[in-house]
Structure formats: structure tokens, C-alpha cells
Write a protein that binds this ligand. Sequence first.
Ligand code: ZN
Length: 208
Amino acid sequence: MIHEILPVGPLQCNCSIIGDESTREAMVIDPGDDIEDVLAVIAEHQLKVKQIIITHAHIDHVGGAMKLRAATGAPILLNQNDYALLKMLDMQAAWVGMASPGKVDIDHSVKQADIIKAGSLTASVIETPGHTEGSICLYFPAENKLIAGDTLFAGSIGRTDLPGGSFDKIIRSLHEKLLALRDETVVIPGHGPVTTIGVERESNPFLK
Ligand SMILES: [Zn+2]
């Protein structure tokens, strides 16, 4: 598996570029900004992007999706419970002092247990409402990797004070869905350093 993690934009969202080494098919998760840099990584590895997956509809995760779709032709996937938030991108842009990316069109909604493929790579969708109503994580069982969006961070969890957020729901998502994964599972959060389920189970103050 090719896996490059590129922090993009002013909020340094971790954009993941994941590719199959033999077929060169790839998926890009959370192309929030800096699409020229994302495309440079794609070109460097000679990848063909098949899927663009958005973990949730915050501007720092979805802002560059249309540019990436225009450059690659790949569809944009998001859980439908975040479609309402997606309509508020102009407002979100004003909150964080960014330029609005304009309208983002979603090609398909993805839901719990959906399988997303690129070449031989397989990820399953885990719905983890809480940070936003439509937040999802992507789990790669063969590689034992979790792309966590803003649900779980090293030593912390996603904020729940923005529209659509719920502290009770994020705690339930973490306990019922993410802590059900094995300790060795490598976690790539939406921001900041990589961690594991085991380390977070042991030391994350929100998971005690
Ligand atoms: Zn977020």
C-alpha cells in the first residue's frame, strides 16, 4: 500500500493519498486544500484516483474536493447526514477566515459497512456521528489502519460545539465503534500525529 499523509490548508487537515502498488489505483481522503500539492504526490507515484472520500463536511476537509474531481474525474463520497453542513460552506469559510470554495457536489452518499475500493485496497465505512452528524471513519482491515477524520485525535477527540455536533454521540461512537477495533490498529486522525487504538484506549482522557 502506498500511503502519503499531506497536511493541507491553514488548519493542516491530514489529507491521505492511498494507492495500490500494482494497479496504481488510488483514493484520496479529505482533500481540504493545496490541491496542487496533492496532485504532485499523485503524479510522483503515477496513481489514478478512483475515489475522493470526505470524512465530514467541514471546509478544511472538503474545500479542495471539486478541484480534485475536476483534475481526476473521480467521484466525491460523503455521508448524507452531512449534506446540510455542506450547504453552509460560505458560513464555515467566514468562521475560519478562508475563501469559500463555492458549491461542492456529492456524487454518492456512503453509509455504515459500505465497501470502498481502489485496486486491491478495500476500506469499510464506519459511521461515527458526534463531531458532525455525518462523520465517518474509514477502516482498512488488511492493513489494520483507520482514517479517523475529526472523531479521534492523539490524546483528544473532535470538538462537538459546532452545528451538528453532539458530545453524547461522539462518546458513543468512540466506545461502540472505534474501541471495538484491535489495539494494533494505526489511527490517522484528521489533524496532528498518528496514533494507535491501543495507545488511545490506555491514555486518552476522553476514553476513560
Ligand atoms: Zn471537522
